[in-house]
Design a protein around this ligand. Structure first.
Ligand SMILES: N[C@@H]1[C@@H](O)[C@H](O)[C@@H](COP(=O)(O)O)O[C@@H]1O
Length: 267
């Protein structure tokens, strides 16, 4: 795991956006794995700005979102499809036909999950998967006890997650208790994983992810198994890490090495 600790949420968004921008420059037809929640919003704003400035194009990009509420159709204002259209897709030059969000209104959700896996396979797999993290360590909607090798499936949300996400729903509005989510195994198949976390309320989940045991009790701890997982977090989210100074030291060494390699390449 590469652990990058930055000052605040603005720096986290900037760093994360640059990783995706560089990925698209290297491979314009990248397959992006995307996430919802409040954490990636400012990263998406930076991608929109880079697209509008002509720095990157999404014309050849394919995308797959992590998850969707089961029981909401694509037009529902709280659906993750609606969120993605608003925060990113409507503002960039992506072909909407190449954007995928699990269908929350599927008549047969089990078949829809299998089809989603097949679509990811057919696209050649995900090049870079963006993730947020829940307070209980969930990634996508893989709540604690999710199988570490699980695939896209229907999952029940915990009370804590329903409460955390209640702020997006109006008083008395129907709030789904089920979701379709990529599995932890699906996420681990991505070539690179980029997890962003900011704020003190994520500090315990980050501690368990980085320094806790590999365990379904903290689904994000499965990233310990990934060969190219980058955690980009702010000081507040890093505040419970026992070895914080060591991670900062590694990252400083890593930057020096990158600079040396770049200088070598430039001759
Ligand atoms: N399914 C999403 C997750 O993908 C997201 O990471 C999490 C954290 O959201 P936030 O970034 O708003 O804290 O919320 C939801 O439950």
């Amino acid at each position: 795991m590469q652990i990058v600790i930055l000052r605040d949420s603005a720096e986290v968004a900037e760093y994360g956006a640059n990783l995706i921008i560089n990925q698209l420059k290297r491979k314009p037809d990248s397959v992006l794995g995307l996430a919802t929640g409040s954490t990636p919003v400012s990263l998406y704003q930076r991608l929109v700005a880079a697209n509008q400035a002509g720095e990157i194009s999404f014309k050849s990009v394919t995308s797959f979102n992590l998850d969707e509420y089961l029981g909401l159709d694509a037009d529902h204002p709280q659906s993750y499809r609606h969120f993605m259209n608003q925060q990113l897709f409507d503002a960039i030059d992506i072909d909407k036909a190449n954007t995928h969000v699990p269908p929350g209104d599927a008549e047969d959700p089990i078949a829809a999950c299998e089809q989603y896996e097949a679509q990811i396979q057919a696209a050649g797999g995900i090049d870079i998967q963006l993730l947020g993290i829940g307070r209980n360590g969930h990634i996508g909607f893989n709540e604690p006890s999710s199988g570490l090798m699980s695939r896209t499936r229907v999952k029940t949300l915990t009370k804590a997650t329903i409460e955390d996400n209640a702020r997006f729903f109006a008083q008395g509005e129907y709030q789904p208790h089920l979701s379709i989510t990529m599995g932890i195994g699906t996420i681990l198949d991505a070539k690179k994983v980029l997890l962003l976390a900011t704020g003190e309320n994520k500090a315990e989940a980050i501690r368990a992810t980085v320094e806790g045991a590999l365990s379904a009790a903290c689904p994000a701890s499965a990233l310990q198994l990934h060969r190219d997982a980058v955690l980009v977090i702010d000081e507040a989210a890093a505040s419970k890490l026992a070895d914080k100074d060591f991670y900062k030291h590694i990252e400083a060494e890593n930057q020096l090495l990158q600079a040396r390699l770049a200088a070598l390449k430039a001759g």
